[in-house]
Design a protein around this ligand. Structure first.
Ligand code: OAD
Length: 271
């Protein structure tokens, strides 16, 4: 059985992680779809880092739910399997999906990478925050690198308050570090795109499951349709209608943690 699974924020909703566009998605009255942008980071990196640090903490405290577990079970039973998730959390991984079976197409929230050079820090788990010593604090509210130069990294950095800033600075080039996620308007990783393309080129799927995503990005719809092009079942799991709904061969209007264990058991039973 060859299976493609595409997931979004709804799959982690029942682990207590707010979706982007749901009612709990707003943070300090700010719209996440505006915070997750290069523009927000350029104008207020401290605010954006605070949001990501809180989100990291929320994810560390969360546990995978029955939806993550069902997908991991399917991965083990399938002959060929790829999960493409838009989620930057690590709940799929913690449920047991192997790295080679998963593409985090919008990146990994526990990666901290330089906004200028290739340096990155992937401290998943125990202490994912960059070490304190990387940050240079400034009472003036201006961000300063170790050598005293302003770390602009090609961005216009103007912290909004005069309070201490505590921002991670690249130990290699002294530019500002940023979360290792893809923001709106940014390019997807070429490597990760290739992995999806290779899987789609590798043969027709028997089933495609799309769960917990508003499917607002064209590439999600494209992959779901290409994966199911030769008559595979296209199963959508989402309490709400999405742009993909009209293409689905099976619509499951239930929460992912309820529906996916049942769907996975059915697929496994069919072999
Ligand atoms: P959204 O927040 O846009 O959508 C969450 C989807 O999950 C909605 O369609 C809900 O109806 C559905 N949902 C909510 N609870 C659910 C549950 N318990 N079970 C199943 N479905 C449920 O999140 P995404 O579609 O993942 O991108 O958003 C995609 C991307 O937009 C994110 O990766 C992020 C975001 O802005 C970037 O940051 C580039």
């Amino acid at each position: 059985m060859r299976v493609l699974v595409l997931t979004g924020a709804g799959v982690s909703a029942e682990s207590g992680i707010p979706t982007f566009r749901g009612k709990d998605g707003y943070w300090r009255n700010l719209d996440p779809t505006k915070l997750a942008t290069p523009q927000a980071f350029a104008s207020d990196p401290k605010l954006v880092w605070e949001w990501y640090r809180e989100r990291r903490q929320g994810i560390r405290n969360a546990q995978p739910n029955a939806a993550h577990e069902a997908i991991a079970k399917l991965a083990k039973h399938a002959d060929a399997f790829l999960l493409v998730t838009q989620n930057v959390d690590d709940l799929h991984a913690r449920a047991g999906i192997e790295k080679e079976n998963m593409v985090q197409i919008h990146g990994d929230i526990f990666v901290t990478r330089c906004s200028r050079c290739d340096f990155s820090y992937a401290g998943r788990g125990g202490s994912p925050e960059p070490p304190e010593s990387w940050a240079t604090k400034s009472k003036s509210g201006r961000l300063r690198s170790r050598n005293g130069c302003e770390a602009t990294a090609g961005l216009s950095i103007a912290p909004t308050s005069d309070s201490d800033v505590d921002l991670p600075i690249c130990p290699s080039c002294a530019a500002l570090m940023r979360p290792g996620v893809v923001w709106f308007g940014e390019q997807l990783s070429r490597n990760e795109l290739e992995r999806v393309e290779d899987f789609l080129d590798g043969g027709a799927c028997d089933a495609v499951i799309v769960a917990g995503t508003t499917a607002t990005f064209g590439y999600i719809i494209d992959w779901a349709l290409r994966g199911s092009r030769e008559g595979a079942e296209l199963i959508e799991v989402n309490p709400e209608e999405t742009p993909l709904s009209r293409f689905a061969t099976r619509l499951v209007r239930e929460p992912a943690a309820i529906a996916l264990p049942r769907i996975v058991d059915q697929l496994i039973a069919l072999g």
